[in-house]
Design a protein around this ligand. Structure first.
Ligand code: PSV
Ligand code: MN
Ligand code: MN
Length: 390
């Protein structure tokens, strides 16, 4: 194996951190508040800078316009502050779900004034993205219906395209639009972009700066995500990838904890495609919220899990695998893949971290010993109530 080349790949990988992962978050039933958690976009940048200090491969913070508001509506200072802290602002996410207006959907709403309102919001998001120096807009269309007969599905599809086109056309030539899909939630009878086919169709209609975004949590049980990834890659239609943990659906918990095999096999397909000559431009991002674990620790651990999966996928003996496939050696081929999955790649990752110039090869230990958690607890305090004391 070319260890130098593998180390190079491990050092070059970039994973975006979602700003919403460091603030308080919860389930639809409530939010558990965390002592010292980020309160503002400025706190979020500080937290992401600390995460980058211990990981070295996360110099980008993704932003969500629903939650990352500035006091005066100006976003150029966000860019400057992030740069001061060694970060860039990555994917910007419009908000099409948190307002009363969106009761019947946003761009797919049957109400023309709501569609118009959403389109104006899209234009504002592009302005915000440009001010923050971001080149990617991440679109999750939350729209759908709850009951058969509620709305005309073909008309909703037309409205969907019209709305997305406004967004796409407002973006600069060097910007990319990534479009997510999700089978259900917040609506349960239909979702206007329910699967990768619907997302890809919209991207193809819009133009070559629109690509599909695959979120691990947005699949029904049993779906083979790595095959979707491989298909999209081969069609040059994969634009981004949201990592999280999926046991049921959109669980959004720490990636790699329940099914590390998923992550490994996805990376395998990406590397296979690249080695097969496919040009890739994939934005890797975590899309998680940390409800019971300390957020920053959860994020650091997630990136470590992603790195482990990636390293395992890089050490697959592809020459031997090709040979086994040529010889129809079914068991042998699978064993080669599993041997890589079972390889202890921690020494490789430690070496990569040394070469990245990190002060400790164990990012979690580095964070726990660095004093940042204590500092933010003191500075930011706790805005929750614990009636039992303590
Ligand atoms: C909701 O399902 C979601 O988790 C989507 O995956 C988006 O990426 C994210 O929220 C931010 O809007
Ligand atoms: Mn997502
Ligand atoms: Mn999601």
């Amino acid at each position: 194996m070319d260890v130098t080349a593998i180390l190079q790949r491990l050092k070059e990988q970039v994973i975006e951190l979602p700003s919403w992962a460091v603030g308080n978050s919860g389930t639809r039933y409530g939010t558990f508040r965390e002592e010292g958690s980020a309160r503002t976009i400025w706190d979020k940048i500080d937290d992401c800078a600390e995460i980058q200090r211990v990981l070295g491969i996360t110099p980008v913070m993704a932003s969500h316009v629903a939650w990352d508001v500035t006091e005066d509506g100006q976003y150029a200072p966000v860019r400057s502050y992030a740069e001061e802290k060694g970060l860039k602002i990555g994917t910007v996410h419009p908000d099409v779900f948190s307002r009363q207006e969106y009761i019947y959907g946003s761009i797919c709403s049957p109400k023309p004034e709501v569609r118009e309102f959403t389109q104006q919001h899209f234009l504002d998001c592009v302005r915000v993205a440009k001010e923050m120096g971001s080149k990617v807009i991440g679109m999750w269309v939350a729209d759908g219906t709850n009951y058969p007969g509620q709305d005309n599905l073909r008309e909703r599809k037309h409205r969907l395209y019209e709305g997305l086109k406004v967004l796409y056309d407002a973006m600069d030539e060097d910007m990319k639009l990534v479009i997510e899909y999700k089978p259900f939630e917040p609506f349960f009878y239909t979702t206007d972009i329910a699967d990768w086919g619907m997302s890809m169709l919209m991207c193809q209609k819009l133009g070559n700066r629109a690509k599909v975004l695959v979120d691990l949590g947005h699949h029904l049980p049993g779906v083979n995500i790595e095959q979707i990834i491989s298909t999209l890659l081969d069609e040059n239609m994969l634009g981004g990838f949201h990592m999280n943990n999926r046991r049921y659906a959109d669980d959004d918990l720490i990636t790699g904890t329940v099914n590390p095999m998923d992550l490994f096999l996805i990376y395998k397909e990406i590397i296979d495609a690249e080695q097969g000559g496919v040009k890739t431009d994939i934005t890797y991002m975590l899309d998680q919220s940390h409800n019971i674990e300390p957020s920053i620790e959860g994020i650091i651990y997630s990136v470590m899990n992603a790195q482990t999966a990636y390293a395992r996928a890089l050490v697959i003996d592809r020459e031997a695998l090709g040979k086994a496939q040529e010889e129809y050696d079914v068991v042998g081929a699978n064993k080669i893949v599993m041997d890589a999955f079972n390889t202890d790649v921690q020494p490789l990752l430690e070496q990569a971290r040394i070469e990245l110039g990190l002060s400790d090869t164990d990012p979690l230990r580095n964070y726990r010993q660095g004093g940042y958690a204590q500092k933010i607890k003191q500075e930011r305090g706790f805005d929750g109530i614990n009636t039992l004391g303590g």
